[in-house]
Design a protein around this ligand. Structure first.
Ligand code: B12
Ligand code: SF4
Length: 493
């Protein structure tokens, strides 16, 4: 889980196959503090989304190096290699690109890092796709065919999102993920937090939505019981989320999504989400300090009201995976213990932690650079598990130690027990989920390597779906929330 597959520099070049495209999600090292399981929950849509626009006479293969099946294929050599590049795996993307280019393939880079650091990426690729790949990929392939590939292709995110084809999920290895149904209904977010990639210079991503019925059809067609919405914020437009819930409800399937905590302002929406099969939400609380949140420009309710809002979600049987950022300017050394206590007090079923990370070309990066607080630009360590800047009230080492400590505490037997659901009937399922997700890192590589992720999880997913469908029926019959079921598969899991 920590070392990239070996690329043999002496391997001879195989012949190049015309009209063959290989799409690669490069390897990145996994943080041993967190769950390895999270990396095989749902596939990224970076590659499948634009793969859908490939002309029928092109062959497309998908290779995710994180599934531990070794290095990507090279016999025959693809005519085109498309690689998605994030800053944490940029170095690996460059190694792969150099290898394939030296043997005759044309390499195309796209993704967030290409947008924020194009000049760094350019020497390693034949062409850069800056922006929406769905619009650019068919143009790029046409230019490859006509032998007139350009160095840069640029697209905005302002077209009608309903015109995008469904992602090409059939190219994914089906047993390797908890579910292949990563759905994305919207792009953008009504917020622009200074630390978020959405605030990257030059990235204009207005909030765009697909028709709810398109999303329901995608969910139905992929034939999985559980979907994860990978939208930045599925709750940015509540009127839209109401409509989406109405479209999902007849499917009798379950799903989870990232939303902001202000969705709890609308009790009817909570009810509709539960009735539509929502079993969990991923919420970026970010911090329990109002000052940190306003410094970051995050429009969010007061932190003193967070606990009440978590209860509303729990009342509707919706589990909460809280995401917390550590190392803000108002964080002192007590932030770790205070955050852990709050999570336990409010019985968050799951929590994800991130060391504050100034992504290049964001307002936070500019601020930190202006204050001389950036420690280095080794992007591999910009993985939110390392301190890459000088925090205000502690040393970088103390921040990293606090980050490791809080994961250990939240994954401990005692903490898992303290956060157990109030209904005793729900406890066995909660414990099963917690142990599989949080305390099984030593087994995860075996599940991943032997394509067992989906077969092992499937019974738990089905049990959760079955329990939730029964709960939906009880909820539909009454005005107030019914007694919530315990879920096995929950927010972000
Ligand atoms: C799914 C997901 C994951 C999955 C899978 C990740 C993977 N690489 O396999 C999991 C859960 C494992 C994960 C883990 C992490 N993630 Co993540 N993840 C996402 C998420 C929610 C969706 C990605 C996605 O599918 N987007 C939708 C696609 C369609 O958009 P896209 O990637 O931008 O692709 C479009 C274009 O960029 C372009 N394009 C992209 N690639 C290519 C390639 C070519 C050839 C072409 C032509 C075009 C093209 O076309 C696409 C269509 O328009 C995003 C947030 C988001 N909503 O985007 C965060 C996000 C990418 N993750 C992020 C982070 C920080 C992480 C972690 C480091 C967090 C952590 N500490 O654990 C880890 C580790 C991963 C790593 N080291 O990179 C950050 C990255 C920030 C940054 N500036 O790099 C994001 C943006 C979340 C955020 N709001 O901060 N993640
Ligand atoms: S609310 Fe979340 S997705 Fe929206 S800008 Fe802030 S961090 Fe990014």
């Amino acid at each position: 889980m920590t070392t990239a597959p070996f690329l043999d520099r002496h391997a001879p070049a195989a012949p190049v196959e015309k009209n063959y495209a290989l799409l690669i999600n490069p390897f990145y090292a996994k943080d041993a503090n967190a769950s390895f399981g999270k990396h095989v929950l749902t596939p990224t849509l970076a590659l499948t989304s634009f793969a859908a626009t490939t002309p029928a006479y092109w062959r497309v293969d998908y290779w995710d190096e994180n599934l531990l099946d070794g290095r990507p294929p090279f016999r025959p050599m693809p005519q085109v290699v498309g690689i998605t590049v994030h800053l944490t795996f940029a170095k690996r993307a460059y190694e792969l690109a150099d290898w394939y280019r030296s043997r005759g393939s044309k390499v195309i880079f796209g993704g967030l890092h290409v947008l924020s650091c194009p000049d760094e990426c350019a020497p390693h690729a034949d062409a850069l796709a800056l922006g929406d790949g769905v619009q650019l990929w068919p143009r790029i392939l046409r230019d490859v065919e006509a032998n007139r590939l350009q160095a840069r292709y640029v697209a905005t995110y302002e077209n009608d999102y309903c015109e995008d084809p469904p992602p090409r999920r059939k190219i994914l290895p089906r047993h390797s993920f908890l579910t292949t149904t990563s759905l994305i209904a919207t792009r953008g977010c009504h917020n622009r937090c200074g630390f978020c990639y959405l605030a990257t210079d030059g990235l204009r991503m207005p909030y765009r939505m697909k028709h709810p019925q398109q999303i329901a059809s995608e969910f139905q067609d992929d034939d999985q019981p559980y979907a994860v919405f990978i939208d930045n914020n599925l709750g940015s437009r509540r009127d839209y989320l109401h409509q989406l819930c109405a479209a999902l409800r007849p499917l009798n399937k379950i799903w989870s999504a990232a939303v902001t905590i202000d969705v709890t302002d609308d009790p009817a929406l909570m009810r509709n989400m539960a009735l539509a099969g929502c079993t969990g939400v991923f919420i970026g609380f970010e911090s329990l300090s109002d000052q940190n949140l306003s410094d970051s420009n995050k429009k969010t309710p007061k932190t003193a009201d967070y606990a009440r809002r978590v209860r509303i979600l729990h009342d509707y049987g919706i589990q909460v995976n809280g995401s917390f950022v550590l190392g803000f300017d108002h964080d002192r050394k007590d932030v770790f213990a205070r955050t852990a206590e709050w999570i336990e007090e409010n019985r968050l079923e799951c929590a994800t932690f991130h060391i504050l990370t100034p992504y290049p070309a964001t307002p936070l990066f500019r601020q930190m650079e202006g204050e001389g607080r950036i420690l280095h630009k080794d992007w591999t360590l910009y993985d939110t598990g390392h301190a890459v800047f000088r925090p205000r009230h502690m040393t970088p080492e103390e921040l990293e130690q606090g980050y490791a400590w809080i994961y250990q505490r939240l994954f401990s037997h005692a903490s898992i027990w303290r956060r157990r659901p109030e209904q005793w009937q729900a406890i066995p399922l909660y414990v099963a989920m917690s142990y599989l997700y949080k305390r099984s890192n030593r087994f995860w590589h075996l599940l991943i390597k032997h394509d067992l992720v989906n077969p092992v999880w499937k019974p738990l997913v089905e049990m959760t779906r079955w329990r939730h469908v029964h709960y939906q029926r009880r909820l539909a019959e009454r005005e107030s929330p019914a007694v919530a079921p315990g879920q096995v598969v929950s927010a972000g899991v």
